[in-house]
Design a protein. Structure first.
Length: 290
C-alpha cells in the first residue's frame, strides 16, 4: 500500500469519508477554541456535564420524530439551556455550589435521556445517540455544523477581549464594564451550541472530547490565549484525520478513534511540550547546575 492509498485515497474515493472529514474539521474550528476558554475558566468538567445535559432533549426529539437532525437539535438546545439556567439558579439561590448542582442535573439528564431512547429505540439507536456516527453525516448535518461554526466564530471574534478578560480577572471586568454577566451567558450558549453540533457526529458522551482534549494539549505548548486557540484547532483537525484513517483502515469505531487520537497528542504534549514534564526537568537541572 502506498502513502497515497493510506493517507489520501480514502478521502478522495469515498463520499462518506469526505463528509466525515468536512464535519469533523468544522467541529474542530468551532469547538476547540471554546474548549480553551472552558479550560482557562476551570470549567472543563462543566463541559462534560453539559454534554450529558443535552441528552434528554435530543432523546425527546428522537422519541417523536426518530433520527432526524432538526428535532433532535432543537430538543438538545432546549435541554442544555434548561440545565445551564437551572444549575445556575440552584447555586445562586441555595447553599449548594455550582459544581454540585451541575453534577446533579447532568446525572438526572443522562438517566432520563437513556430512558427516553429506550422507550422507542433499540440498542443500536441508543449507541447512535450516545456515541454518534461521524461516518454517516449527511448534507443536512454538515450545514448544521457549518452554521454553528460560523455563529461561534463571529461571536468569539466580537467578544474576544471580554472573554479573555473574564478568564483572567472576572471581577475586574465586571467593575469596569457591564459585559461581565452577559458574556458569561453568551459563552455558556456557545458551549451548548457546540455540544449540540458535536452530538451529531460524536454523540453526547464523546462530543466534549473534541472540545477539551486539543485545548488541554495546546496548553502545554503556549501560554498565550490566541496561539493556544489556534493550536487547539490544529490538534483537533489532526486528530480527526488520524481517527478517520484509523477507523477506515482498521475497522475501528470512528468517534472513539478520533478522541483517542486527540488523547495521544495530549499524552505526547504532557511529556514533550514546551511546558511539559521533560522540558521542566531539563530547566530544573540547568538551574541546579548553573
Amino acid at each position: 500500500m502506498t502513502a497515497y492509498d493510506f493517507l489520501i485515497g480514502p478521502f478522495v474515493d469515498y463520499g462518506f469519508m469526505q463528509r466525515a472529514l468536512a464535519g469533523s474539521i468544522l467541529l474542530s474550528l468551532s469547538s476547540c477554541p471554546v474548549g480553551v476558554f472552558l479550560m482557562l475558566r476551570r470549567m472543563s468538567l462543566t463541559g462534560d456535564a453539559m454534554a450529558h445535559a443535552i441528552l434528554p432533549g435530543a432523546a425527546a426529539g428522537f422519541l417523536v420524530y426518530g433520527l432526524q437532525i432538526v428535532p433532535m437539535t432543537i430538543g438538545g438546545l432546549i435541554a442544555g439551556v434548561i440545565v445551564a439556567l437551572g444549575a445556575g439558579a440552584v447555586s445562586r439561590y441555595t447553599v449548594q455550589r455550582e459544581d454540585a448542582s451541575m453534577a446533579a442535573f447532568y446525572l438526572i439528564s443522562l438517566a432520563l435521556g437513556v430512558l427516553i431512547v429506550s422507550l422507542r429505540g433499540s440498542s443500536v439507536d441508543l449507541m447512535h445517540v450516545l456515541f454518534g456516527t461521524v461516518l454517516a453525516l449527511n448534507n443536512e448535518a454538515l450545514w448544521l455544523i457549518g452554521g454553528i461554526a460560523v455563529v461561534t466564530g463571529i461571536t468569539m471574534a466580537t467578544f474576544w477581549r471580554a472573554l479573555v478578560a473574564e478568564c483572567l480577572d472576572p471581577l475586574f471586568l465586571r467593575s469596569v464594564s457591564n459585559l461581565g454577566t452577559p458574556v458569561h451567558f453568551i459563552f455558556l450558549g456557545l458551549v451548548v451550541l457546540n455540544l449540540v453540533g458535536g452530538f451529531q457526529a460524536l454523540g453526547t458522551l464523546l462530543s466534549v472530547g473534541l472540545m477539551m482534549l486539543p485545548a488541554a494539549a495546546a496548553r502545554f505548548w503556549t501560554i498565550r490565549v490566541g496561539p493556544m486557540a489556534a493550536l487547539s484547532v490544529a490538534i483537533g483537525a489532526a486528530a480527526c484525520v488520524a481517527g478517520l484513517l484509523a477507523s477506515y483502515h482498521f475497522s475501528l469505531p470512528s468517534g472513539p478513534a478520533i478522541i483517542l487520537s486527540a488523547g495521544a497528542v495530549y499524552a505526547f504534549s504532557i511529556l514533550a511540550g514546551s511546558r511539559g514534564i521533560l522540558r521542566a526537568r531539563v530547566r530544573s537541572h540547568r538551574h541546579r547546575t548553573a
